[in-house]
Design a protein around this ligand. Structure first.
Ligand code: SF4
Length: 272
């Protein structure tokens, strides 16, 4: 029986999203992620708790008193509450061929909550997309596969040691899950973050192409250029910014990478 009162923790809800799947969408960002990618631009998504961030700053340059601001990161919500928001934009989804995307953080970390949300979306006949790092047991995917129209699946580093080094976890189950999802005939678009000197190396690009070519159902690949949009958050959260001096890959490099994936038979988009 559907449990519309089950609660989950989300940290954002974006309306009129156009980069998280087809058409106009509402994207729900789940809080909590088992990975710790050095380039993550949503560091506030990593802990699966509601957090209160307190920042203090001097009121004026020569003033010794301080002001304090509190910011709450994340919110507990139930399925009914989220569906009320999601349903408000049904006319836009219908008009544009859009729907709802569950992203994060890692939505598979709250799979029971995700299952109920997907079920509620399907009761409204909405198109559903799950944006995932793929780091979970395949049983979690089996639980939701019938309710998901499209997966956006991140592929970061093929070399296991490097994957461990830069994301904190093995990629074995990620690669296995991607393979199984395609064998089970799910619709999957692969997303590759292009991080200079890390994921854009000759070896990683070649290995990624070779790996994807073996998965017959993968037709679409998005290559996502590294950007610095999250860098001010690192300071605020007191987390070291590993990529402080990393630049966004130039347009020519992105076009070149696009050509390489296209030559291997994929339909490629730069950006989400
Ligand atoms: S998987 Fe995504 S949300 Fe999780 S740490 Fe990596 S970039 Fe951030």
């Amino acid at each position: 029986m559907a449990d519309r009162l089950i609660e989950g923790i989300v940290f954002d809800l974006k309306k009129f999203a156009v980069h998280d799947g087809p058409g106009i969408r509402t994207t729900v960002f789940f809080k909590g992620c088992p990975l710790n990618c050095t380039w993550c631009h949503n560091p506030e998504s990593k802990r699966r708790d509601v957090e209160t961030l307190i920042t203090t700053k001097r009121r004026k340059c020569l003033d010794l008193s301080y002001s304090e601001t509190k910011e709450v990161l994340g919110k507990k919500v139930n399925v009914n509450e989220l569906m009320e928001e999601i349903k408000k934009d049904i006319p836009y989804y219908d008009e544009s061929g859009g729907g709802v995307t569950f992203s994060g953080g890692e939505p598979m970390m709250q799979v029971d909550f995700l299952y109920e949300l997907l079920h509620a979306c399907k009761m409204e006949e909405l198109h559903t997309t799950v944006d995932t790092s793929g780091y979970c047991s395949y049983e979690s995917f089996e639980k939701i596969n019938d309710l998901v129209d499209l997966y956006l699946f991140d592929l970061k580093l093929i070399d296991e040691e490097k994957h461990r080094m830069y994301t904190g976890v093995t990629n074995k189950n990620i690669l296995n899950n991607l393979t199984k999802l395609t064998e089970d005939e799910n619709e999957v678009y692969v997303r590759i973050p292009i991080v200079p000197n890390l994921t854009d190396t000759e070896k990683n690009i070649n290995d990624s192409i070779e790996f994807l070519k073996k998965l017959n159902r993968i037709k679409k690949v998005d290559i996502l250029p590294f950007h610095k949009m999250g860098s001010n958050k690192f300071q605020k959260l007191d987390i070291p910014d590993f990529h402080k001096h990393t630049e966004t890959p130039p347009e020519e490099q992105m076009n070149e990478l696009k050509n390489r994936f296209e030559s291997a038979g994929f339909s490629v988009k730069i950006g989400g």
